[in-house]
Write a protein that binds this ligand. Structure first.
Ligand code: SF4
Length: 386
């Protein structure tokens, strides 16, 4: 397959605008917000055990509205934790196995085609490549310096994840063949699939050497010199496919409203499977789970394209973010049953920073004072597009 340059998003801040290194959180380095410590756990494109999710739910069980947040990089995030983390909380989180490396915890940022190996849409099964890349990354001491914002994407050729903003990437182009990418789809090298991980590792080492410890350099695009010797390939082609939802063969994909996985969801998942794969679209892949879709829907997970939750998003808002003018998520939950049908994402923001907005065009619902005002804003913006 081929991919066009327009699919690659740009970095929001230039390196000159950054005064400090990244603060991406982990167990080893929680970020402290107004409601306590935030910890992010990175499955690195690999399945998450349901008992690990249940353990995380136990850790946050005392919170008023306990939930595990799914991030746009397929990671899991807990907030409202003690500051500093107590040994009990830290040990419980580590016992899940979701932070297997103490040295490389923050740099295991890998997003792979979530359905790879489960259907016929790609050029083969990338799951062994994903595992090999994670293992090789963690085995290279110098690569602990990549930084928490550095992202590697592995696309099996269906074009679903190479459209994300990435630093290094690999796109399968046929059986046993791929293109390795640095910084975007227009700078790549054709290599055998077996050579993809070594080539990605070599480029990652080159990034670390060029960055020379400058903490304002987060991405390949921030470097003064391009990575790698002269590129031999670029990709251009169709837009990414529709995001999967519902039955995919005998597998299931369920979306999680607002990306907040709640205890009732985990209980329902536990009756169906022992593991899920977290997508970068705030949804979960359940192998051989299609027959259980009605039960998962009854638990509040989204299984149909017509659901308002497929297009409704909100930033953290109150009480977790002190900058917010409102409880954005409560407003979104009130809004969901009233939301008119439509295709464009609707994003509720608690302040002008507009955290977590989609990369595509979206309806901008900024600090609404009520659901009525939000509905009026949505109608106004959508009518201006037609
Ligand atoms: S958009 Fe504003 S209110 Fe919402 S999470 Fe970001 S900083 Fe907080």
């Amino acid at each position: 397959m081929t991919v066009g340059p327009s699919m690659c998003r740009v970095t929001a801040l230039s390196s000159r605008e950054r005064r400090a290194g990244d603060a991406c959180p982990g167990v080893s380095r929680p970020f402290v917000a107004v409601d306590g410590s935030i910890v992010r756990l990175r499955p690195a494109g690999q399945p998450v055990r349901i008992d690990a999710l249940a353990t995380l739910m136990e850790v946050i069980a005392g919170q008023p509205d306990p939930s595990i947040q799914l991030t746009s990089r397929g990671a899991l995030q807990l907030r409202g934790l003690p500051d500093p983390l107590t040994p009990r909380v830290r040990d419980a989180i580590r016992a899940t196995g979701l932070a297997p490396s103490t040295t490389h915890e923050l740099v295991r940022n890998i997003v792979a085609s979530p359905l790879s190996g489960l259907d016929d849409a790609g050029h083969g099964d990338l799951r062994p490549v994903t595992r090999a890349l994670d293992a090789a990354l963690c085995a290279a001491p110098a690569l602990a310096r990549l930084g928490g914002r550095f992202l590697v994407v592995l696309d099996d050729g269906r074009g679903d994840v190479v459209g994300e903003s990435f630093d290094l990437g690999m796109v399968a182009t046929g059986p046993g063949r791929c293109v390795v990418l640095a910084g975007g789809v227009d700078r790549g090298w054709e290599v055998p699939l077996a050579a993809a991980v070594p080539r990605l590792l070599a480029l990652a080492h080159e990034f670390v050497e060029q960055a020379s410890g400058d903490e304002s350099v987060w991405h390949v695009g921030d470097l003064t010199e391009p990575l790698g010797t002269g590129p031999t390939a670029s990709l251009d082609g169709p837009p990414p496919p529709e995001r999967p939802l519902g039955a995919v063969g005998d597998h299931a994909v369920v979306a999680v409203p607002l990306g907040l996985l709640r205890p009732v969801h985990v209980t329902a998942l536990a009756s169906v499977t022992d593991r899920v794969l977290v997508t970068p679209w705030r949804s979960l892949v359940i192998e051989h789970g299609a027959a259980a879709l009605p039960d998962l829907e009854a638990a509040g997970l989204v299984t149909r394209a017509g659901s308002p939750w497929t297009r409704l998003h909100a930033c953290t808002g109150l009480p977790g973010c002190a900058r917010s003018a409102l409880d954005t998520r409560t407003l979104a939950r009130d809004l969901a049953p009233l939301l008119p049908s439509g295709h464009s994402p609707v994003h509720v923001s608690g302040c002008e920073r507009r955290c977590g907005t989609p990369a595509t065009a979206y309806v901008d619902v900024l600090t609404p004072r009520s659901t009525e005002e939000a509905l009026s804003t949505i109608a106004e913006q959508e009518s201006s597009w037609t």
